[in-house]
Write a protein that binds this ligand. Structure first.
Ligand code: SAH
Ligand code: SF4
Ligand code: F3S
Length: 483
């Protein structure tokens, strides 16, 4: 989700998840207590970044401080992503660079965490001999003892998935720059079985985190100057606490918390704390959630609602659990209940058996919705998934890529139109930092998640300002402050 060295750029392409989905590493900010040095790199989605903050917390309790200087590292940990083949290739290239370093410094410990660790288990350690340590997403509490094992000359592996682990009691060490925006993991795993997707295999079963610990984390962030939290889950709409998935209350003495209620609890922490969330699933997103969004000014008017394909046959093969008609109904509900919301999506081109007509259905749906932003990918077959077992990956790479180019071109025009419509309007911007392109400008985002550039004057990160938009590109808008 985020390339932290270059946060503004990642924000400028629309939303932070983009960079990480591309598999860019994010380096962490230095944390200075502890004598041993940890160099931690994160690839993949926002959830991985949030996990790295848990890892940094666990290891800082055990005598480690993080460093940005790889030359002084005692331990290198890579928190990895398996979502597409190219995400894994990028990690492999980096791993071989780290191994060259290890030849010079045999004491150096190299470990792999996250989804690739879970997917490949012992392979990277035993067959490929690329790492000393492998820890899956539910094994981070064991990291101090796994590192100790390696220090005594053994290889260490823990890839057990859990049905309960949510790391609810661990206060993440904030690694992002800026101190204005932060992620809060509200659940882990995924119980959907989208046929193309590796996540259920790498992250295990879905489980929700105790709402009290979520609200406490939001309060703590606010007290420390943060002004925006993003609630994270693979399918936030299925968050449930003290209630079964069917809706039966478990303990009548205790409060029931679904996602709508959770979002409301977080929004009530302070009107100056913005709330975002990701990702909504079209089959589960309720009008109740939209109603809560409309009710609170500080819940940002932006919904990421991945469609994947606009064709019903493909959606069925993807096992997404909705039709294009159902999806368009959800879009209508958003436009009715939260009319000012911007909507973004994820698209996969060239899924198994996709015809030109089916691809055209995706383009038509994109146009009909008029997405303000989209993350677009060509299909990458992942081992063991339902699609890999049941369908042939039969669309030639050039065709997948050509279709991807077509959806990207279309999206570029849709974003351009959306930004054009903001010209002459006033929006509230939360300032996040200094613009990369000019020291005299700041950047932030409006409620709709559009990156806004404004003159620096005396404003600072964390300030809310009203900006009158006067210029735009397909990536950002800019304007001046209205006092
Ligand atoms: N939980 C989220 C998705 C997380 S993965 C949801 O259900 O929407 C983020 C995006 O990566 C997906 O929405 C999908 O568009 C893309 N993706 C996942 N698996 C893929 C694959 N095998 N090939 C190409 N893109 C994929
Ligand atoms: Fe993957 Fe589907 Fe779960 Fe999203 S909802 S993480 S695409 S299985
Ligand atoms: Fe990648 Fe795992 Fe996230 S596969 S997208 S890091 S859940």
């Amino acid at each position: 989700m985020i390339e932290f060295e270059n946060k503004e750029n990642s924000a400028e392409v629309g939303a932070e998840i983009d960079e990480s989905i591309q598999g860019q590493p994010m380096m962490v900010a230095p944390l200075s207590n502890g004598s041993k040095k940890l160099y931690l790199e994160s690839y993949g989605c926002q959830m991985n970044f949030a996990d790295s903050e848990v890892v940094a917390s666990i290891l800082s309790e055990n005598g480690y401080s993080t460093t940005r200087n790889i030359d002084e590292a005692d331990v290198i940990l890579m928190n990895t992503c398996s979502i597409r083949d190219n995400a894994e290739q990028r990690v492999r290239n980096k791993l071989s660079q780290h191994n060259k370093r290890k030849k010079q410094n045999p004491e150096l410990i190299i470990g792999i965490l996250g989804c690739m660790a879970e997917r490949l288990k012992k392979d990277l350690l035993e067959q490929e001999k690329l790492v000393d340590l492998v820890a899956g997403p539910d094994a981070y509490r064991e990291l101090p003892s796994l590192i100790q094992e390696v220090e005594t000359g053994q290889k260490a592996v823990n890839v057990l998935l859990s049905r309960e682990e949510t790391y609810a009691d661990i206060a993440p060490v904030r690694l992002g720059k800026g101190g204005v925006t932060a992620f809060i993991s509200i659940m882990r795993g995924c119980d959907n079985m989208c046929s193309f997707c590796v996540v259920p295999f790498t992250r295990g079963r879905e489980r929700s985190r105790d709402p009290e610990s979520i609200v406490a984390e939001a309060k703590d962030l606010f007290a420390n100057g943060y002004r925006e939290v993003t609630l994270l889950g693979q399918n936030v709409d299925s968050y449930h606490w003290n209630i079964t998935k069917k809706g039966d209350v478990i303990d009548s003495e205790k409060p029931v918390v679904n996602f709508a209620r959770l979002m409301e609890l977080v929004a009530q922490v302070d009107p100056k704390l913005r709330v975002r969330f990701s990702t909504s699933h079209p089959k589960d997103m309720t009008d109740e959630v939209l109603g809560v969004m409309a009710k609170y000014h500080n819940i940002c008017k932006y919904i990421h609602l991945p469609i994947q394909s606009g064709n019903d046959e493909i959606l069925k093969k993807m096992n997404r659990g909705y039709t294009s008609e159902w999806y368009m109904n959800r879009i209508k509900a958003i436009k009715r209940i939260v009319p000012e919301a911007y909507i973004s999506t994820d698209i996969i081109t060239g899924f198994c058996g996709e015809t030109e007509e089916q691809h055209q259905d995706t383009m038509k749906l994109m146009q009909e919705v008029g997405y303000e932003f989209a993350y677009m990918f060509f299909y990458s077959e992942r081992p063991k998934t339902l699609a890999a077992r049941k369908f042939e990956d039969d669309i030639p790479l050039e065709v997948k890529k050509r279709r991807l180019n077509e959806v990207q071109d279309l999206q570029h025009n849709l974003a351009f139109d959306a930004h054009q419509r903001t010209v002459g309007k006033i929006c509230e911007v939360l300032i996040e930092g200094v613009s990369k392109r000019s020291k005299d400008h700041l950047f932030g985002r409006n409620s709709q998640n559009v990156t806004v550039i404004l003159p620096r004057e005396n404003y600072k990160p964390g300030d809310y300002v009203n900006v009158m938009v006067d210029e735009f590109t397909s990536a950002t808008v800019s304007g001046s402050v209205v006092k």
